[in-house]
Design a protein around this ligand. Structure first.
Ligand code: GDP
Ligand code: MG
Length: 192
């Protein structure tokens, strides 16, 4: 499945499962071209990937966050085909979601809100961790969505927010650490 193998970055140590034996499924959502695959490849530790199918990939990695190992399966399959079935699967399968828009593309920002609403509809009573991501923060001159707009949207939609630049690797590690922390928080509150 994951034929892309390369050196790990420092917070990402190995492929495999964690001590609890339970991998967390994280699903990337967002408009075409916003940078989902770029972010996923950084998470997966692959820059250029010739074996990677542009249409869809899955990255299975263990990461250490706050001295604790977590096993993450990252799904970059939202655009794999245009079937309604796959999209519905995506909405159902995730333990957590990363909704990406591009700060240079207002329409992708509006689409992100739409996806958030769809997700809420699909998973009504569940309190699933979601991070809203404004990617391409390096493209200062073509910015169409301000940080404040992004943050305000996240408040309305009750999710976390971060701006990233996949090109500069800026905040990408924080994003994936953030999703692990969110998953842990929700899990802990469920056990109470
Ligand atoms: P996807 O369709 O959401 O998977 O988007 P891709 O990861 O394929 O990226 C679409 C295009 O945007 C590619 O040409 C990327 O190189 C470019 N891109 C992705 N992230 C960034 C970023 O943070 N900054 C800049 N300047 N370009 C980016
Ligand atoms: Mg892609």
């Amino acid at each position: 499945r994951d034929s892309c193998v390369s050196d790990s970055s420092d917070s990402i140590i190995s492929s495999g499962s964690d001590s609890e034996g339970q991998a967390h499924k994280v699903v990337l959502l967002g408009e075409h071209g916003v940078g989902k695959s770029s972010l996923a490849r950084i998470f997966g530790g692959v820059e250029e990937c010739h074996d990677c199918d542009e249409a869809g990939n899955t990255y299975d990695r263990s990461v250490i966050v706050d001295d604790e190992e977590a096993s993450i399966i990252l799904y970059d399959i939202w655009e794999q085909d245009n079937s309604q079935w796959l999209r519905e699967q995506c909405m159902r399968m995730g333990d957590a979601y990363i909704i990406v828009y591009s700060v240079t593309d207002k329409a992708s920002f509006e689409k992100a809100s739409e996806l958030r609403i769809q997700l809420r509809r699909a998973r009504q009573s569940e309190n699933i961790p979601i991070i809203l991501v404004g990617n391409k923060s390096d493209l200062v001159r073509s910015r169409e969505v301000t940080v404040e707009e992004g943050r305000a949207c996240a408040v309305v939609f009750d999710c976390k927010f971060i701006e990233t630049s996949a090109s500069l690797h800026h905040n990408v590690r924080d994003l994936f650490e953030g999703i692990v922390r969110q998953i842990r928080l929700r899990k802990d509150s469920k056990e109470d």
